[in-house]
Design a protein around this ligand. Structure first.
Ligand SMILES: Nc1ncnc2c1ncn2[C@@H]1O[C@H](COP(=O)(O)OP(=O)(O)OP(=O)(O)O)[C@@H](O)[C@H]1O
Ligand SMILES: [Mg+2]
Length: 315
């Protein structure tokens, strides 16, 4: 089993909009295609996982959407209900009244409770759910660190007793390099690379979760091979370009402009990718996923991204 997918719990995160949900869905599909019982968990429950998979809307109870692939959406109120059912004595649970207002009350009194409920549910699925792999479409850079750190923070806050026992096993699971990992997704542009390097540093220093991989998503292809750029240069000079336009009966200048722009974008992305590589610890060579030009159907993008990841992982 290739390194990344041999782990049982993967948190996919990164800057907003870089392709976290797509990479999470693609990894989950890849894992399922290897015959492993895979659960893909959407933390923010916006329905983007369903869009990326081309499946129906998902709920809190895992639903099978393809062979070996299940999907669930996090619901902190339902997670609290689960928690009460599993761990709290019935009379106390009854006294809590409606769970929604209890959750409101608790999370106002102690920030971080919602986060720990999410982490508790995810870790519980890994331990008890019978999954081979749980892939979490986790929050973006701004929120993921406190999310991943919540069991440790809670454990430090509550020195002994039932809650401490429950955070201890979560911390043990989250810190186990063989079982758990964060996958940080980026795009090859300056802001995303900067945010990625900071995020990798923060996950390392503020959480126990090991960073398993960095994915450079939407990498542009090299447009011209050796020699082709010279041909392109000659063709786009005024004389040849206007003869071409004349022969075709339409202006080719916008096409040359578009090609020049693509070359420039590719060049600048190469320098950002090299900054990414040099800024990361040596053990974290980024996986490259190309920009997919297939169609505007996100589920087709996910399929192509999954194939690209398989090639990068040597599957
Ligand atoms: N490799 C790719 N090639 C082409 N399009 C892609 C690629 N990866 C992602 N996309 C597209 O980019 C858009 C954003 O992707 P996605 O929703 O996965 O990002 P995200 O990081 O989860 O965003 P958010 O921060 O809003 O949750 C989607 O339309 C998706 O289809
Ligand atoms: Mg998303």
């Amino acid at each position: 089993m290739p390194g990344l997918l041999s782990r049982r719990l993967l948190f996919v995160t990164g800057k907003g909009g870089v392709g976290k949900t797509t990479i999470a869905a693609a990894l989950a599909k890849l894992s399922a295609s290897l015959g492993r019982r895979t659960l893909l968990c959407e933390v923010d429950a916006r329905g983007d996982v369903a869009t990326c998979l081309g499946s129906g809307p998902s709920g809190y109870r895992p639903a099978e959407v393809a062979s070996s692939l299940w999907v669930m959406s996090m619901d902190t109120e339902a997670a609290l209900r689960d928690y009460i059912r599993l761990f709290v004595r019935v009379p106390l649970a009854a006294r809590l009244g409606p769970v929604a207002s209890a959750l409101d009350f608790i999370s106002t009194a102690a920030p971080g409770v919602t986060e720990i409920l999410v982490m508790g549910k995810v870790c519980w699925e890994v331990r008890e759910g019978g999954w081979d792999v749980v892939v979490v479409d986790a929050p973006a850079s701004g929120h993921v660190v406190s999310q991943l750190a919540s069991p440790t923070s809670m454990g430090e806050l509550v020195g002994v007793g039932m809650i401490r026992q429950q955070t201890d096993w979560m911390v043990e699971m989250l810190s186990d390099t063989r079982r758990t990992g964060a996958v940080v997704v980026t795009t090859p542009d300056e802001m995303a690379v900067q945010e990625t390097l900071e995020l990798v540093g923060r996950i390392g220093s503020e959480t126990v979760v090991p960073v398993a991989s960095v994915v450079a998503n939407r990498v542009l292809p090299e447009l011209f091979g050796r020699g082709e750029e010279e041909v392109f240069g000659s063709l786009s000079e005024t004389g040849p370009a206007s003869r071409l336009s004349g022969a075709l009966g339409s202006d080719v200048a916008p096409l040359f402009d578009a090609a020049r722009l693509a070359v420039q974008l590719r060049r600048s992305s190469v320098s950002h990718l090299s900054r990414l590589r040099t800024g990361l610890p040596g053990s974290l060579a980024p996986l490259n996923v190309p920009n997919v030009f297939v169609s505007d159907r996100p589920s087709c993008v996910t399929d192509d991204v999954s194939t690209a990841l398989a090639a990068e992982l040597g599957i």
